[in-house]
Design a protein around this ligand. Structure first.
Ligand code: WTA
Length: 572
């Protein structure tokens, strides 16, 4: 977060947004509307704008999706993507799926995972994409809350879905060509489906389209619902911030179960008619570099933890030809200046930090390719966005002072609602400010510097983890009476999940027991929510009257311990 880092100026070249200050003064979101076909036809559908219109405009033979996984490389053109999403949409319609139904997808990062999401949107239903690594409880919390009636998955992942506990779920479809006791096979059904008539269901800009569950500091994950209108901002940020152009090959490394993987892994690039790379499989430095070389990625959107992991394998870079890269972006957690310096050394390209949230639907504060970067800053508010640093009353603080990072209401991609939770939705706002929950300061030139969260939300490797969810799971373990969960600062992952637990009398602490508790969370909830550290305490700090666990004290103690460690660390 140092201000003494040198300012990094942009390289020369033509970019989609050349004059930030001038554009900021004049820009109105309405000016983007004529880009969309609904501006003339009044017929709205995100999937149509992402795929069908490009085919109608004569770009059917352009590559839309390039799937790469190890030695497998397959691609789909926009025509093929249209045909396949049309077919799936017809299938869903013939099975009775209607506008507004909640249809969840639980699929790997492969062609079908993307086709499924777009097909659900095409029929006007609300899609709920689930992250591939979710286990039973994480799936249950989301599908139950959302009253999902349909699930698109595969036979292997279906084993993790607690079907018996989901009363609203009446239809399950799998991508495998096989008989299944509780699910129907999509490839088999497609053989019987009539593809007559229009596949697209027209909707309104404010109709619900996608729901992402996201964690805060309290309670279960909340369903953030976005409407089709997000396309206005996703298209425009794809142009300005991702700087997408006709010949780009674009790779966003996030799974579409997270908002980055949908807003910027699907919608922003395809609204801009860009070729999208989908990389299957897990993170491995060699495979990632290979994927860039094999597909010729030009624009790459990833996250600080991934960059930090790649930094550990810097020596491998020389084995690959990565010269296609021209623009790199980052999101999800603070981008430390060391990573920017590494990017400059490794690729001779600046890494452009961007800030936004599940609730905001699209980028809001960014480093543009044409602007100076102040390492440690997330950048400036986009044209069309008013960012402020406010106090608890909604008054802006003095420039340079820390406060709550807030955005003036009214940007096109703002969430439509929190699913069935109006009170939670309202709690985001102070007057006409949307309050992010992040703490930050803004300098005289409008550059925003991130400080941390104003609540107990944990951000590990860019993934939001709610301490309450992890605590609830921990106390289901027979050995655990009480649990307090915090994010412990970590040089690689930003934060790691750390749990403090009190054991029941029947158990004594052992390495084996702690492993068992970790595994319990991992296989019941999700791997990324598993506490990487567990500490057994005699008792947890609590508020005197209500007896609530004071996570802040646990965190303060932990940070103090880390600092003490630093102080007494003797360099070798
Ligand atoms: C954090 C991800 C620092 C922040 C798109 C925010 C960041 C939360 C940055 C949203 C950044 C996101 N620098 N922190 N550039 N971007 N965050 O909903 O705390 O998964 O509130 O959205 O991630 O996480 P979410």
């Amino acid at each position: 977060m140092s201000q003494s880092n040198p300012i990094l100026h942009p390289r020369k070249g033509i970019h989609n947004l050349e004059k930030y200050e001038e554009t900021y003064e004049q820009f109105k979101w309405d000016s983007v509307h004529p880009h969309f076909s609904w501006f003339k036809t009044d017929k709205v559908n995100m999937a149509y704008e992402c795929i069908d219109r490009h085919v109608e405009d004569g770009y059917g033979e352009k590559e839309a999706l390039v799937y790469i996984n190890g030695t497998t490389k397959e691609s789909l053109t926009f025509s093929e993507l249209k045909r396949r999403t049309d077919e799936w949409a017809h299938l869903l319609k013939s099975q009775g799926v209607k506008k507004g139904d909640r249809v969840f997808t639980f699929l790997p990062k492969n062609q079908e995972g993307y086709i499924a999401i777009l097909a659900v949107i095409k029929v006007g239903a609300i899609v709920g994409p689930l992250f591939e690594a979710f286990m039973e409880d994480a799936i249950y919390d989301r599908m139950y809350d959302c009253e999902a009636s349909v699930l698109l998955t595969n036979a292997e992942l279906l084993e993790r879905v607690p079907v018996d506990k989901l009363p609203e779920l009446h239809s399950i479809y799998i991508t495998d060509d096989l008989d299944h006791p509780i699910a129907q096979s999509i490839p088999r059904l497609l053989k019987e489906t009539s593809f007559e008539g229009e596949a697209v269901q027209w909707v309104g800009l404010n109709d619900g389209m996608i729901i992402h569950y996201t964690s805060g500091s309290t309670g279960k994950p909340k369903g953030v619902l976005h409407a089709h209108r997000v396309m206005i901002q996703q298209f425009q940020t794809g142009k300005w911030v991702l700087d997408l152009r006709e010949d780009d090959v674009y790779w966003c490394t996030a799974h579409p179960g997270w908002v980055t993987g949908s807003s910027y892994g699907i919608f922003a690039p395809w609204l801009n008619r860009t070729t999208v790379v989908v990389h299957g499989g897990r993170f491995k430095a060699d495979e990632w570099f290979q994927a860039i070389e094999d597909t010729g990625v030009t624009v790459w959107y990833s996250a600080p933890t991934a960059f930090r992991l790649l930094m550990n394998d810097t020596d491998k870079i020389k084995n690959f030809n990565l010269s296609s890269l021209r623009h790199i972006l980052s999101v999800g957690e603070p981008l430390n200046p060391e990573v920017i310096t590494w990017g400059l050394d490794a690729f001779n390209i600046r890494i452009h930090d961007t800030w936004w949230m599940t609730e905001t639907g699209a980028q809001l504060i960014v480093n543009l390719p044409t602007a100076a970067i102040k390492p440690g800053s997330m950048g400036r508010a986009l044209p069309g966005i008013t960012a402020g640093i406010i106090d608890l009353e909604g008054n802006e603080v003095k420039r340079g002072e820390f406060g709550l990072l807030a955005i003036k209401k009214g940007w096109p991609s703002m969430m439509k609602e929190i699913w069935k939770n109006e009170e939670k939705y309202q709690s985001y706002f102070i007057n006409d400010w949307y309050v992010s929950g992040d703490l930050a300061r803004m300098d005289e030139e409008g550059y925003v510097f991130f400080q941390g969260r104003n609540d107990d939300m944990i951000n590990s490797s860019g993934e939001r983890i709610g301490p309450f969810e992890v605590e609830s799971k921990l106390i289901e373990h027979p050995a655990v009476v009480e649990a307090g969960v915090i994010g412990k600062p970590d040089p690689l992952r930003g934060e790691i999940v750390k749990a403090f637990i009190v054991l029941t009398d029947a158990y004594t602490e052992s390495e084996e027991l702690l492993k068992d508790i970790q595994t319990f969370v991992r296989f019941k909830l999700a791997a990324h929510a598993m506490p990487r550290e567990i500490e057994v305490l005699e008792e947890l700090p609590k508020t005197p009257i209500s007896g609530k666990i004071l996570r802040r004290i646990l965190k303060a103690q932990e940070i103090e311990k880390l600092e003490q460690g630093d102080r007494y660390h003797v360099p070798l």
